[in-house]
Design a protein around this ligand. Structure first.
Ligand code: ATP
Ligand code: MG
Length: 403
């Protein structure tokens, strides 16, 4: 089969294929970009596979970066673009179920395509727009089916991350899992415990952010695979709560998706839960903050202090989740309260501790800290102007009240 119209991303990369070919090697576009081109979906990264070994690829191009040379990947910089060129390879036995124990470079495209996970991810496209389809991926694409390349059980046994990838592609493409493939995913699911959490997180996160996340998640629950993810054992009913909590909605950020998940699962100790997923502290904090905002919003509208405390972006992300839960929303009120703030950070207060000590003879210590906090909140509440004279009068009043 021939691709009728080569998307511009491929056309721009054609000179790369030509260069590799004129040096005497084979080169093809491979992976997700070919699948997406066939589906007429937007293409992100154009991946190239070649019979040239990494050193040979480096000799062909002027500007290259070793990004994963042990896996055979060289980054080529051409025409202001970056292309990953990976040597055809097979993967040997996965001893610890985590990563290939060794990678063997080969000169045959067929071998390289055989190691790929799903038939719709195992196409190669040449410079003439001809599709190499060794595993009837075109038929699966037509039928919207995800089918493992080769013997499913063996493939998931080799690398259990492929199980998560299966659910993830189901969520992103809206495809069904072919029966034998799904059964093998179910059988091999316990092996997910052996996969590094970081790799699992990437796939699960992508699943949550996909338009058909409900479909991917439902299959994950049905298969029982969720039990082998951090802190998810026995949480099927709680997981299903997410389907009711969030209606027809595509999450806009990872943190927002994880906040919804945490709420559905009724996680009490959010930092601990996120630590289990090995996310960054910043990520966990943002998730926690979105949940905090939602808890406030359950009781009342947001006031100036809330808007001062939380980033506007987070306030809006939380409000979007309310909308997704079909709860009342007031985006305008958030915008208005936020915009009415005269300061957004305590460093914007025109008077600071140092000044009060140096110019006005205040003593450093907790009492001064108290005064500064009172000033800060009086300004936030709109009761005090952020103006030096007004602040000094305010301090005098505070001192009189003390007496
Ligand atoms: P996306 O559009 O989301 O990037 P993708 O199909 O490009 O999807 P990647 O994770 O970028 O997915 O991987 C690129 C390609 O590498 C896949 O299409 C697949 O052929 C192959 N691949 C990636 N991970 C695995 C794996 N664990 N086992 C087998 N093949 C894999
Ligand atoms: Mg990709």
């Amino acid at each position: 089969m021939r691709l009728e119209k080569m998307p511009s991303e491929f056309q721009e990369a054609l000179p790369i294929l030509e260069k590799i070919k004129s040096a005497g090697f084979e080169a093809y576009f491979v992976g997700g970009s070919v699948r997406d081109a066939l589906l007429e979906r937007p293409i992100h990264d154009v991946d190239i596979a070649s019979s040239a070994y990494p050193e040979e690829t480096k000799a062909i191009f002027d500007r290259t970066v070793d990004v994963g040379i042990e896996h055979g990947t060289v980054l080529v910089l051409e025409n202001g673009q970056e292309y990953e060129i990976t040597t055809f390879r097979t993967e040997d036995v996965y001893v610890d179920y985590r990563r290939p124990s060794s990678v063997s470079f080969v000169r045959s495209l067929d071998e390289d395509l055989k190691r790929r996970d799903f038939t719709v991810n195992a196409f190669a496209l040449n410079e003439k727009g001809e599709i190499v389809d060794l595993f009837d991926g075109l038929e699966d694409l037509e039928n919207k089916l995800l089918r493992a390349v080769g013997v499913p059980h063996e493939r998931f046994h080799e690398d259990a991350l492929r199980i998560m990838r299966g659910f993830r592609f189901q969520a992103s493409l809206g495809f069904e899992l072919e029966e034998e493939t799904f059964d093998a995913m179910k059988e091999c699911a316990p092996l997910l415990e052996k996969i590094s959490v970081e790799r699992t997180f990437i796939e699960f996160d992508k699943l949550l952010l996909s338009p058909y996340w409900r479909q991917g998640l439902a299959a994950m629950l049905e298969s029982g695979a969720y039990q082998y993810l951090p802190a998810m054992k026995g949480k099927k009913a709680a997981f299903e709560h997410l389907f009711e909590l969030v209606m027809d909605y595509t999450f806009t950020t990872s943190e927002q998706a994880w906040a919804a998940l945490v709420l559905a699962l009724e996680i009490q100790d959010i930092p601990k839960f996120m630590k289990g997923w090995k996310t960054s502290r910043d990520f966990a904090k943002t998730v926690e903050r979105i949940v905090e905002i939602l808890n406030i919003r359950q009781k009342r509208s947001l006031d100036k202090r809330d808007c001062y405390k939380y980033d506007k972006r987070l306030l809006l992300l939380a409000e979007e989740l309310r909308e997704a839960s079909e709860l009342s929303v007031d985006y305008l009120a958030i915008e208005q309260v936020y915009d009415s703030l005269t300061i957004h950070d305590k460093h914007e207060v025109v008077v600071n501790g140092g000044m009060l000590i140096k110019d006005y003879g205040f003593q450093p210590g907790p009492a001064l800290g108290d005064i500064l906090t009172k000033i800060e909140y009086a300004i936030v509440d709109g009761e005090l102007a952020n103006d030096k004279e007004a602040i000094l009068t305010f301090i005098q009043q505070l001192e009189e009240e003390e007496k």
